[in-house]
Design a protein around this ligand. Structure first.
Ligand SMILES: NC(=O)c1ccc[n+]([C@@H]2O[C@H](COP(=O)([O-])OP(=O)(O)OC[C@H]3O[C@@H](n4cnc5c(N)ncnc54)[C@H](OP(=O)(O)O)[C@@H]3O)[C@@H](O)[C@H]2O)c1
Length: 281
């Protein structure tokens, strides 16, 4: 059985390859990359294809039984790109596509949900067997801001007291590896989130404890947060997206308690404090 992994040069894709290697399945894997030169160290066979190029995807899926479609990072272009992947999978005779979506894609308040929901519907309507991996927030998203917050003396955001049930890319990647290689995942939807949840103030508290000094969390309005990010030099579209996601968190958009993630990986998800510790400067 050949398993193709798109987005294999990305951070999640690399963790999926590592998880499949740990399961002794590296020989069954083909990585799909638009820039194969970035994938030389992965130690798996690589085929070149771009989400924008249907013919390249069709050729790359030859002989493939299962595709992991890792959602594209090109926000705004993703529905058409994902439809290309789905159409190519159909044309190449792929049996099942697993898609990395967003937690509660059908009800999420996050703007990011729109492209994911449209992509999910395209996959379901294709008639291919599917598995929807509705990934929650990566803990690394917030933890990546630790050095800047320490330097600035505070965290900022607009997530209020919203609880964030995040997990690490590695946790989500292990779940993907299980779903790609296991039985009984056809036409299933998994709501994937961390076992424990925290507020942004609680993450700031954990950082303060490890830093040995108070790094508070300041809650701003959504517009105020977007403005603060823009004044730090981030592109406007990214500022709006981050502020929208934080505002979504305030409404519970990053919280889930289905426990599908720990059930799939057969262990508790990585606690926030562990990720924070690993990402302290
Ligand atoms: N759950 C969350 O918190 C969260 C956070 C951020 C993103 N995401 C989503 O999850 C996905 C995986 O996360 P990640 O951390 O691995 O992201 P990442 O490191 O940015 O990886 C994105 C991957 O998509 C590939 N890609 C982008 N456009 C492509 C195209 N036109 N054709 C072929 N490949 C293309 C990239 O290839 P190159 O290496 O050639 O650029 C890369 O391999 C992201 O793309 C995004 O959709 C989720």
């Amino acid at each position: 059985m050949t398993i193709a992994i798109t987005g294999v040069t990305g951070q999640l894709g690399q963790h999926v390859v590592a998880a499949l290697r740990d399961m002794g399945r590296a020989d069954d894997v083909v990585g799909i990359a638009r820039s194969p030169e970035k994938a030389v160290d992965l130690g798996i066979s690589i085929r070149k294809a771009d989400y924008e190029d249907l013919a390249s995807l069709e050729a790359a899926f030859e002989g493939v039984a299962t595709v992991l479609l890792i959602s594209s990072s090109e926000i705004g272009k993703r529905v058409a790109q994902h439809r290309n992947v789905i159409a190519a999978a159909e044309a190449a005779g792929v049996a099942r596509v697993a898609y990395t979506s967003i937690l509660h894609a059908d009800t999420t308040p996050l703007m990011l949900g729109q492209e994911h929901r449209a992509s999910e519907l395209s996959l379901i309507e294709s008639g291919l067997a599917y598995t929807l991996l509705r990934n929650g927030w990566y803990t690394e998203n917030y933890a990546a801001g630790i050095p800047v917050a320490i330097q600035a003396g505070a965290f900022i955001g607009c997530a209020g007291t919203g609880r964030i049930a995040s997990a690490t890319r590695r946790d989500y990647a292990e779940a993907a590896a299980k779903v790609l290689t296991g039985e009984g995942h056809e036409n299933r939807i998994y709501e994937l989130a961390g076992d424990t949840a925290y507020t942004r103030a609680e993450m700031a508290g954990e950082v303060s404890r490890l830093a040995g000094g108070e790094i508070p969390y300041h809650d701003l309005t959504q517009a105020g947060y977007a403005e603060a990010l823009a004044s730090a030099g981030l592109p406007q579209v990214l500022c709006d997206l981050l502020a929208d996601s934080d505002a979504g968190a305030a409404k519970g958009g990053l919280f889930g308690d289905e426990r599908h993630l720990s059930q799939l990986i057969g262990r508790p998800t990585t606690p926030m404090a562990e990720t924070v510790k690993a990402m302290m400067p």
